[in-house]
Design a protein around this ligand. Structure first.
Ligand code: NDP
Length: 285
């Protein structure tokens, strides 16, 4: 049976470390890292995410600045708010909760956030830095996956890694991070000819698809490490991942559950991005 990688506990360790670091920054350098969280509209899931992010900020001592705008906010008004936050020295990270309403172009929003405050790591400047092997802000979810591997003692160097999914927020940056860690990487997607065969090659398999329990036991190479980014609802409405956990844990050497796997890492790494951004802004190494 696979060892279960406890994302909740690892995320808590990251947060504990950040709490100490924030206290030291306040004491020795006299500043508090700040994260602005912008929510447009009243999508219930987005409200939950934003509430959790604010709570996590409070827990580690990061100041959070919340901006909740009505669903009919214009693109110009949102861009004006982002400009204001770009100029605010108390704000080190800016996060606009996606998705934004239809009348707003999300690409324009991502590009309006100053690269030095890009807490999500989605700005093309930061994507470019990651691609060229000199990362500054890294997208939180794939960075959280790398941290899980590290904490579990899994060194990707020389291993065959397969990523299912090629989105800008998970799959692509995940592949870049694994390349930087010297894995040999295959990226699969909806047009991959034989997905199961690709997955069976993987020493490290990362699923970021959005399809409940799609990855089956016979897709897993015995002894592989399986990381499940997916967040879906099963036929009973219960939260589940992209991996059929019950059967895949019989073959893998280590596996993340859903919930308590990758999810908690995303928020922990968002806080880490904010703290690192604040240190850069204040010239603290
Ligand atoms: P996207 O929908 O943007 O991307 C999904 C990817 O999966 C696409 O590249 C798509 O291929 C591929 N795909 C879809 N169907 C198949 C299939 N049948 N076979 C192979 N590949 C397929 O999703 P995200 O990357 O944003 O998110 C992926 C999952 O991760 C979701 O469940 C999401 O909820 C979860 N998530 C979890 C986070 C966390 O904190 N735990 C954070 C972010 C996301 P193609 O490009 O060809 O369409």
């Amino acid at each position: 049976m696979a060892q279960i990688i406890d994302g909740k506990a690892i995320a808590q360790q990251v947060r504990d470390g950040l709490r100490e670091e924030v206290a030291q920054l306040q004491e020795k350098h006299g500043f508090t890292p700040g994260l602005a969280v912008v929510l447009v509209g009243d999508d219930p899931a987005s409200h939950v995410y934003v509430r959790n992010k604010k709570k996590a900020c409070e827990e580690v001592g990061v100041a959070s600045f919340s901006h909740e705008l009505p669903g009919d906010t214009t693109e110009a008004d949102l861009l004006a708010l982002i400009d204001q936050l770009n100029a605010d020295p108390k704000v080190n990270g800016i996060l606009v909760q996606m998705p934004v309403p239809k009348q707003i172009d999300d690409k324009k929003v991502i590009e309006a956030i100053h690269p030095s405050k890009d807490a999500d790591g989605f700005h093309p400047y930061n994507v470019g830095r990651l691609a060229t092997g000199d990362p500054t802000y890294m997208p939180c979810t794939p960075w959280g996956v790398m941290k899980l591997l590290e904490e579990d003692g899994v060194d990707p160097k020389g291993k065959k890694a397969v990523v299912i999914g090629r989105s800008n927020i998970v799959g692509k940056p995940q592949a870049m991070m694994l390349i930087a860690a010297s894995a040999t990487v295959t990226v699969c997607h909806s047009r991959t000819a034989d997905l199961a065969a690709e997955c069976r090659q993987a020493d490290i398999l990362i699923a970021a698809v959005g399809r409940a329990k799609m990855v089956k036991k016979d897709w897993i190479k015995p002894g592989a490490v399986v990381i499940d980014v997916g967040m879906n609802r099963d036929e009973n409405g219960k939260l589940c991942g992209d991996v059929d956990f019950a059967e895949c844990q019989e073959v893998a050497s280590a596996i993340t559950p859903v919930p308590r796997g990758v999810g908690p890492m995303t928020i922990a790494m968002l806080l880490k991005n904010t703290v690192e951004g604040a240190k850069r802004a204040h010239g603290v190494a």
